[in-house]
Design a protein around this ligand. Structure first.
Ligand code: PLP
Length: 361
């Protein structure tokens, strides 16, 4: 059986996505960083009025309508934008276009686990550089490794921290390969690095509609980069990677900035409150510019807490990997659904700090 596959495919583990229970399951899902709010009402309007004729035909190969909308919102020309079936596809395209055995992909860890999976599929070399406990960018080591592709998630998952534009600029200056800035959580952050794509032809910024726009189910992401860089990436892209429905939905969603901003503001307020409350319960909480928090229970064991929450039908994310085995990643928008407050009772109970916790609710 194993002989059917390339040796690197046999050797790799494969990406394990966060658990996805059925939509009607009585589970509180705090593990995949999804937005708790529904998509914009204009999205539902587009779906209701969608003309079946557009399903009979092949979609526009460049998702022109969506690209145009992105261009208007971000103030970048359309030909600086490439649209993907989720930002995962853009990451995939970059790694396929730029790497092969003997070429190196470099990134700091812990970070988005898919970077490793995509690199292993290419049988390219991997250099992982460990973040320090305070998650400062290991700039010198990243420069020294000088990958064909260097990937930086900013804000990062699961640490929640932003890398400053000045550090990214220094990195872009010193690297000979491509610098990918994965801005999946940019909508929840105070800063972004989009201007760097104007300054450097080796920089691509990648964004998604999955998190800020509540559209993880439609699979839309995009990259912004110099057209010279995009020309190579376009050769690798599937011809019709964005279906007609996603293209129309994406255009409507990104145009409705007011709705997105209102949802983001609510998520951020909830994130702040959750961070304060968890600190009172005795958790160590890292500052976050995303829609989630990385937290460390100071009593007891994170894996045990994860299991016990799961028994209570509350899913958080636990990563069995170096540097994370004592931490949990929890979506920051705990208050956005009625009934979620009982999670505090459970957390407080397991942390053995019921008294403190009762004071803070
Ligand atoms: C969620 C996430 C993505 C993937 O986004 P999609 O557009 O849904 O594929 C990419 N990078 C990071 C760091 C993420 O957390």
């Amino acid at each position: 059986m194993t002989d059917y596959f390339r040796s690197n495919i046999n050797a790799m583990a494969g990406y394990v996505p966060g658990e996805q229970p059925k939509p009607d399951a009585q589970i509180i899902k705090l593990n995949s960083n999804e937005n708790p709010y529904p998509p914009s009402p204009v999205v539902m309007e587009v779906l209701r009025n969608f003309n079946g004729e557009w399903l009979r035909r092949y979609p526009n190969p460049f998702a022109e309508e969506f690209r145009h909308a992105i261009s208007q919102v971000l103030g970048v020309p359309s030909d600086w934008i490439i649209v993907g079936n989720g930002s995962d596809e853009i990451l995939n395209i970059v790694i396929r276009a730029c790497t092969e055995p003997g070429r190196k992909v470099v990134y700091p860890t812990p970070t988005y686990v898919l970077y490793r999976t995509l690199t292993q599929m290419q049988a390219a070399d991997i250099t992982e550089i460990t973040y320090s406990e305070d998650y400062r960018l290991p700039l010198k080591e990243l420069v020294a490794a000088d990958g064909s592709v260097t990937l930086i998630a900013s804000p990062n998952s699961p640490s929640g921290q932003v890398v400053s534009a000045s550090e990214l600029r220094e990195l872009a200056t010193k690297l000979s390969g491509i610098l990918v800035i994965d801005e999946a959580y940019v909508d929840f952050a105070d800063e972004n690095a989009l201007t760097l794509v104007n300054e450097f032809e080796n920089v691509i910024a990648i964004r998604t509609l999955s998190k800020g726009y509540s559209l993880a189910g439609i699979r839309l992401g995009f990259g912004v980069a110099n057209p010279k860089l995009l020309s190579g990436l376009y050769k690798v892209k599937d011809s019709y990677n964005i279906d007609a429905i996603a293209c129309a939905v994406g255009a409507a969603a990104i145009t409705d900035q007011a709705y997105k901003n209102a949802c983001v503001a609510k998520v951020k307020a909830s994130r702040t409150k959750l961070a304060t409350d968890l600190k009172q319960l005795g958790f160590q909480v890292w500052d976050s510019q995303t829609n989630f928090l990385l937290v460390k229970p100071n009593h007891g064991n994170a894996e045990d807490l994860y299991q016990r929450l799961k028994e209570q039908k509350i899913l958080v994310r636990y990563f069995q990997q170096p540097g994370l085995e004592d931490k949990l990643r929890i979506i920051g928008s705990l208050f956005n659904r009625p009934g979620n407050r009982h999670i505090y009772y459970i957390l407080g109970f397991f942390m053995g700090s019921c008294v403190l916790f009762l004071c803070c609710i």
